[in-house]
Design a protein around this ligand. Structure first.
Ligand code: G3H
Length: 247
């Protein structure tokens, strides 16, 4: 069975003062049945990792596909690792949309992250138009296949299903839709990785809040969440962590 993971994604939020939220989360009693991760802007990773001292995991939000080089403004997986990150989000729909990231680029980033010793959190998810056209499973399966190159390591992989239309909108798919997508992802991963697929955590992301977390975590093949807005405040995120721990 896959380990459970409550992952926060601060996106482009967070100044030094907001490290107080990391501190608060670290000071709270840690859950026994799930792992806690905060993926933060690169500027906060080193300080957050020192503050955490291993009580929670700290991650990055993206990395370059190359190990180093002339890529002004980019950050490598090794740099994230060096700063104290253990995970990195890759292929988030906001990266795919804002920066035109293709599946092939995301696949290269997954390999780069894993080569540097990071766990890659690979995001997939359909747009509203794709959903309305009944193409959700086709789109998500194609993204997954295209974003995993030969050599991708299932032991250092997390997959997050994030319907684009549910991100930051307060809209959440009905339970049957989440179940269907997670079952399809698990089947695709099994076809690719065999028995090792059972241990790959499958996260749901998109408007997860303290109010709906328990309902989502009760679903089969939902091993946790990738949480945006509700991870910014320790008090909110702690409620989501508690719901996962109790699921
Ligand atoms: O990575 C997190 C997702 O984009 C979800 O964001 P949200 O919880 O603010 O909807």
């Amino acid at each position: 069975m896959a380990r459970r993971l409550a992952a926060g994604n601060w996106k482009m939020h967070g100044l030094s003062a907001d490290l107080a939220e990391v501190e608060a989360l670290c000071a709270a009693p840690q859950p026994e049945r799930c792992e806690v991760l905060l993926c933060l802007p690169a500027t906060l990773i080193d300080r957050a990792a020192r503050l955490s001292a291993g009580r929670i995991a700290i991650g990055g939000e993206d990395c370059h596909a190359n190990p180093q080089g002339a890529h002004t403004g980019d950050i490598s997986a090794a740099m994230l690792k060096d700063a104290g990150a253990s995970h990195v989000i890759l292929g988030h729909s906001e990266r795919r949309a804002d920066h035109g990231e293709s599946d092939a680029l995301v696949a290269a980033k997954v390999l780069a992250a894993q080569a540097a010793g990071l766990v890659a959190i690979l995001c997939v998810g359909e747009t509203l138009a794709e959903r309305d056209a009944g193409r959700t499973l086709e789109v998500v399966s194609a993204q997954l296949a295209g974003s995993l190159a030969q050599g991708a390591d299932p032991a250092n992989l997390v997959v997050a299903y994030e319907p684009v239309w549910a991100i930051g909108t307060g809209r959440v798919p009905v339970e049957g839709d989440i179940l269907a997508v997670h079952a399809a992802l698990r089947a695709d991963l099994s076809a690719r990785f065999g028995a090792a697929a059972a241990d790959i955590p499958l996260l749901y992301g998109g408007s997860v809040k303290p109010e709906n977390a328990a309902q989502i975590f009760a679903l089969k093949d939902v091993d946790g969440a990738l949480v945006g807005g509700a991870s910014l405040k320790a008090a909110d995120f702690a409620q989501i962590i508690a719901a996962l721990n109790a699921a």
